[in-house]
Design a protein around this ligand. Structure first.
Ligand code: BG6
Ligand code: MG
Length: 216
């Protein structure tokens, strides 16, 4: 048993389900380039950075673009994505997510956000959760993508807690690997078949309790 002093939460797929918006925007981009993009392919982009996602999609479509064209395409996708998330409301918070973050804070446990998304702040504002995190480390603050532990190590450092006393909540395998690489405990949100490397796998934060946290 470890005394947990900080919880670090991924955003997309843990606090909110934005995968559908990423999917719609990438599909629109793929279609504009003359090929389709499936939900199965979208699954493979969970936790993957915007730039890397575009590279994978262009590869699936068999399309080659120059670096300047790729930048313009990533910007176009983001414009469509931001347009959709600008309409998000607190009703889109995943079941139990806000309640568990609040329970951590009431128990004196630090809370951090650790996300690859450069749109994290906007989403937190839309769902009214900015004030529930002691620190927000997002895609604007890191140079190395998950499974590199940079995003979580920066979160731990910002709240002043050693990695061994941190727990990461993640829906992507790359995120669980990043937690392990950073010397942290992890809770997978999703399927045990995919996230089996985590210390515990649950289907959503509505299944999480402070008791389970301290049994990790
Ligand atoms: C991750 C998502 O949280 O953020 C990925 O799971 C996404 O699908 C990545 O590509 C980057 O997000 P953004 O908002 O900076 O394009
Ligand atoms: Mg995620």
């Amino acid at each position: 048993m470890t005394t947990i002093k900080a919880c670090i939460f991924d955003l997309d797929g843990v606090i909110v389900d934005t995968a559908i918006y990423h999917y719609k925007a990438w599909k629109r981009l793929a279609n504009s380039l003359g090929f389709d993009f499936t939900e199965e392919q979208n699954e493979q982009l969970k936790g993957v950075s915007r730039v890397r996602s575009l590279e994978l999609i262009l590869g699936w479509g068999g399309v080659t673009k120059t670096p300047a064209e790729q930048e313009a395409l990533a910007t176009q996708k983001n414009t469509w994505y931001v347009d959709m998330i600008s309409h998000m409301t607190p009703a889109e918070i995943l079941p139990g997510a806000k309640e568990f973050v609040e329970a951590c804070r009431q128990a004196g446990i630090k809370t951090a956000l650790g996300s690859a998304s450069k749109n994290s702040m906007m989403i937190l504002e839309k769902i009214n959760m900015v004030s529930l995190f002691d620190t927000v480390i997002d895609g604007n603050k890191v140079s190395k993508a998950k499974p590199d532990p940079e995003v979580f190590l920066k979160g731990a450092e910002a709240v002043g807690v050693p990695p061994a006393q941190c727990v990461v909540f993640e829906d992507a395998i790359a995120g669980i690997e990043a937690a392990i690489a950073g010397g942290m405990k992890s809770v997978g949100i999703g399927s045990p078949a995919v996230l089996g490397k985590a210390n515990l796998v649950i289907s959503g934060l509505n299944e999480m309790t402070l008791e389970k946290l301290n049994e990790l």
